[in-house]
Write a protein that binds this ligand. Structure first.
Ligand SMILES: Cc1cc2nc3c(=O)[nH]c(=O)nc-3n(C[C@H](O)[C@H](O)[C@H](O)COP(=O)(O)OP(=O)(O)OC[C@H]3O[C@@H](n4cnc5c(N)ncnc54)[C@H](O)[C@@H]3O)c2cc1C
Length: 384
């Protein structure tokens, strides 16, 4: 067995990689183990790159605001291009139901520091001239939200983490946890054993299996979502557009124009597609294209270049599960990111670094109460 680490992270994905960076920044000896050949090869690279603090609960707003600071300043601080673009997020309303629910959230969102406004039909059309005006009521606009490349970002976090001394082992699968007197004190892999003061489970859609190794059950279920990218065109669209109207076969869908000109989009199938299957389907493009062209008719001229499918690590209430396990001290859960692991990653990494060091603030403790593994999982995220 090697010299003990302070922290071992299972999973070099959207959450594990920035967490390693903030642990290494705090001077902790950190090891990240991933069964895949390089960083960000799980759900991370399947994300479409949306980064928002527009949420309906205090915890995700707070964590994402921290993440947005990191993404927005990364290039200027460290020089890596991550294709960050601050285009904002627009949730559009074509029916009174959505108008009511989006407007209803505004006072709460603002009270937690989110900059967000309601734009009426005319104002929204000024901001997004290509929106279909027919039936449009208005929508919310959060101008500080944006987007970036999940692979470029995770690689940038990886480079900084390793430059600060964090170690990564790829092609190595965690197969069990080492326990000493009830406490989790390391991991067993298909290649060896490593000991540490704490182990963080950041195994994404496979997080439930890793938690079971500690005798802990967490309700994280992989749910598959499909996405696509078009050819690149001159910029015509600033914000991410989110349409939360449920229709037969799908719930919300969202799309934006990336920094490099492509429109990237995905849809939430309804009912959900549970399981680990990531083969593309023939039903996705006809379903999503119809809905997108209804909202921005001009999109009909764009050619789709590629589709792919990936996994959301879903929880019953749409909130992540983060915190030290009571059943297995030393074992920290950072799983169940649903459709938001990329946007939560850096903010959560900072929070986990404080948790591991015993430096939680009162606000952190409140944030973690929303994400508690011991909560009842009763509520339902409104902007999932
Ligand atoms: C189509 C689509 C679009 C999305 N769009 C967005 C978006 O716009 N914005 C956003 O924020 N999120 C988005 N998401 C969600 C986002 O991809 C996930 O929430 C996020 O990647 C989860 O991060 P994670 O670190 O928990 O998991 P991952 O990134 O999957 O990392 C987990 C890692 O753990 C490793 N692992 C698992 N088990 C073991 C083991 N036993 N031993 C060793 N390694 C192990 C895996 O190999 C993997 O690399 C999207 C997802 C999909 C599918």
């Amino acid at each position: 067995m090697s010299r003990p680490f302070d922290v071992i992270i299972v999973g070099a994905g959207s959450v594990g990689t920035p967490t390693a960076l903030y642990l290494a920044e705090a001077g902790l000896r950190t090891l990240v183990v991933d069964e895949l050949p390089s960083v960000g090869q799980g759900s991370n690279k399947r994300a479409i790159g949306g980064l928002r603090a527009t949420h309906s609960d205090a915890a995700k707003i707070r964590v994402s605001l921290r993440s947005l600071e990191v993404f927005a300043t990364w290039e200027e601080r460290y020089g890596d291009k991550i294709e960050w673009h601050r285009g904002g997020y627009a949730f559009v309303a074509y029916r009174e139901e959505e108008e009511k629910s989006l407007k209803g959230l505004l006072p709460f969102q603002r009270s937690h520091g989110l900059i967000i406004d309601w734009l009426d039909r005319k104002q929204l059309l000024e901001a997004i001239p290509d929106l279909n005006p027919k039936g449009l009521i208005g929508g919310t606009m959060a101008p500080q939200d944006g987007n970036a490349s999940p692979l470029l970002a995770v690689h940038a976090f990886y480079r900084r983490a390793t430059s600060l001394g964090a170690e990564f082992r790829f092609n190595e699968k965690v197969t069990g946890l080492i326990r000493t007197g009830g406490r989790v004190t390391g991991v067993r892999t298909d290649k060896g054993e490593y000991s540490s003061a704490a182990v963080i489970n950041a195994a994404g859609p496979l997080g439930r299996g890793v938690a079971r190794m500690a005798g802990v059950d967490v309700p994280v279920h992989p749910d598959s979502h499909e996405a696509a990218v078009t050819e690149a065109v001159t910029r015509f669209l600033e914000p991410m557009i989110v349409d939360i109207r449920p229709v037969a076969g799908s719930a919300n869908y969202y799309f934006y124009q990336h920094d490099t000109g492509q429109v990237i989009f995905c849809i939430t199938p309804s009912p959900p597609m549970w399981g680990l299957d990531v083969r593309e389907t023939s039903s996705f493009l006809p379903m999503v294209a119809k809905r997108m062209v209804e909202v921005i008719p001009r999109l009909k001229n764009l050619r789709v270049r590629r589709t792919w499918r990936g996994l959301y690590p879903m929880t019953p209430d749409g909130l992540p599960i983060v915190g030290e396990s009571e059943e297995a001290p030393g074992f920290v859960l950072a799983v169940g990111m649903c459709g938001q692991g990329f946007m939560l990653g850096p903010g959560l990494g900072q929070l986990l670094a404080r948790l591991v060091q015993g430096k939680l603030t009162e606000e952190d403790k409140d944030t973690l109460s929303y994400f508690s593994p011991r909560r009842e999982f009763k509520g339902q995220e409104k902007l999932g």
